[in-house]
Design a protein around this ligand. Structure first.
Ligand SMILES: Cc1ncc(COP(=O)(O)O)c(C=O)c1O
Length: 418
């Protein structure tokens, strides 16, 4: 029995069944590569689902963890430590927002944002304004797995098993101005969007829709809350994806790459919104601890020092361009989209999506398929063109073999994919 087999058997016996893991046991990594227990090297275009911004074993991170862990790992939020204000300064300077709260994960940051919206509407009501408690979220949105986040997440599969979910959420069709206008009223306390939907299939908001959401929210005092948990911190070539639109939210959330793999989430907001929280209204034992904050500071400084925003733009554009050339040779690719290193290729079947992920794994390349048919590539920000070429070559082979197999099936009298 291999070590992987032993672990699989133990997990099958001991863990709650939440993930259908790929049969590979990772033990180390360096740069954009991750190594399995046999020393086999994989090119990682998934980066732990958009987390390992600086890749693996980056000296800025390992050095900071080593040094900080010998000083102070945890204090609780009852006392001061050196990290939170320093990190908040970096995030507020880059986001154009004024204040921060730190959590541990994306979903927790999102919960804090939802609570801010309800509390803010309460403050406005106490000042005599007419504003309700409803949230407008978007179809295909994904905001996390805790109750509030799940309730504002679109797909039934995430919500239905846990019904009843948090009431007061209505979903608007993505980029549908008429639907947004029809559903918006002064009952709404916040409009919730991802500037580019991640799990929903790398789908960007249109400029018109985003601008209308901003205008509607401003017209009543409702908040525009932008979830940057997947797109933020430089993945799209700007610190925040909303900056591509020139639209400023009232609240934004961050997590995934912010501390390069150490769990950390953040909610950032305007001074106006911040006045709705007071001591005791919200909190966390672990959130914003000294270790996570020090690593996040190191990650931000490295992104800046190493020009990784520009790299995300350049290599991301190259990636999309190469996928577009591939699409000319393979009808199975029906769309290529993205921004910076948030890249996707939509396929014409879920079967091919699943097969492509498995075949890429056999070729030692990690990718993921979301929304059934969308190949998603959220690689580390240190990705180079040569890595893109390796991936494109492998995809080319896989699609060619698949098409040949389909042709053979058709000529043998089987079905051809429509
Ligand atoms: C846009 C977005 N929001 C929220 C989340 C939830 O983050 P976490 O898994 O850290 O709770 C995710 C995770 O995929 C996400 O992509």
């Amino acid at each position: 029995m291999t070590k992987l087999d032993q672990i699989r058997a133990a997990e099958a016996r001991l863990l709650l069944s939440t993930y259908d893991r790929s049969p590979v046991l990772f033990v180390g990594g360096h740069g954009v590569h991750i190594f399995d227990e046999n020393g086999t090297k994989y090119l990682d275009l998934l980066s732990g689902i958009g987390v390992n911004a600086l890749g693996y074993n980056h000296p800025a991170i390992t050095k900071t963890i080593a040094e900080q862990s010998q000083k102070l790992i945890h204090t609780s939020n009852l006392f001061y430590h050196e990290g939170q204000a320093e990190l908040a300064l970096r995030l507020t300077e880059r986001s154009g927002l004024d204040r921060a709260f730190f959590a541990n994960t994306g979903t927790e940051a999102w919960e804090a944002a939802l609570k801010l919206a309800r509390a803010h509407a309460g403050v406005l009501r106490s000042e005599g304004k007419t504003i309700g408690t409803k949230f407008l979220a978007l179809e295909q949105s994904f905001h996390g797995r805790t109750f509030g986040a799940m309730s504002t997440t679109y797909k039934d599969k995430y919500r239905e098993p846990f019904a009843p979910v948090v009431p007061g959420v209505e979903f608007v069709k993505l980029n549908d101005l008429a639907d947004l206008r029809a559903k918006f009223s002064n009952e709404v306390c916040a409009i919730l969007v991802e500037a580019i939907q991640g799990e929903g299939g790398i789908r960007p908001l249109t400029q018109e829709f985003f601008a209308e959401a901003r205008a509607l929210a401003s017209s009543t005092g409702a908040l525009l809350i932008v979830d940057e948990i997947q797109a933020g911190m430089g993945r799209t070539g700007k610190w925040f994806a909303y900056q591509h639109y020139g639209i400023q939210p009232d609240v934004t959330t961050l997590a995934k790459p912010i501390a390069g793999g150490i769990p950390l989430g953040a909610v950032l907001c305007t001074e106006e919104v911040a006045r709705s929280f007071h001591p005791g209204m919200h909190g966390t034992t672990f959130g914003g601890g000294p270790l996570a904050c020090s690593v996040a500071i190191a990650v931000i400084d490295t992104i800046e020092k190493d020009g990784l925003l520009a790299n995300a733009t350049a290599v991301g554009d190259y990636f999309q361009q190469q996928l577009r050339s591939l699409a000319k040779r393979h009808e199975a690719i029906v769309d290529v989209r993205g921004n910076g290193l948030m890249v996707a290729a939509e396929l014409d079947s879920a079967e091919l999506g699943k097969l492509t992920v498995a075949e890429m794994l056999k070729r030692h390349i990690l990718i993921n398929c979301t929304s059934d048919t969308v190949l998603r590539f959220p690689p580390p920000f240190i990705l180079e063109r040569a890595h893109v070429d390796t991936a494109i070559k492998a995809l080319d082979e896989i699609f060619s073999e698949y098409a040949a197999g389909q042709g053979a099936t058709a000529s043998a009298g089987g079905h051809q994919r429509g």
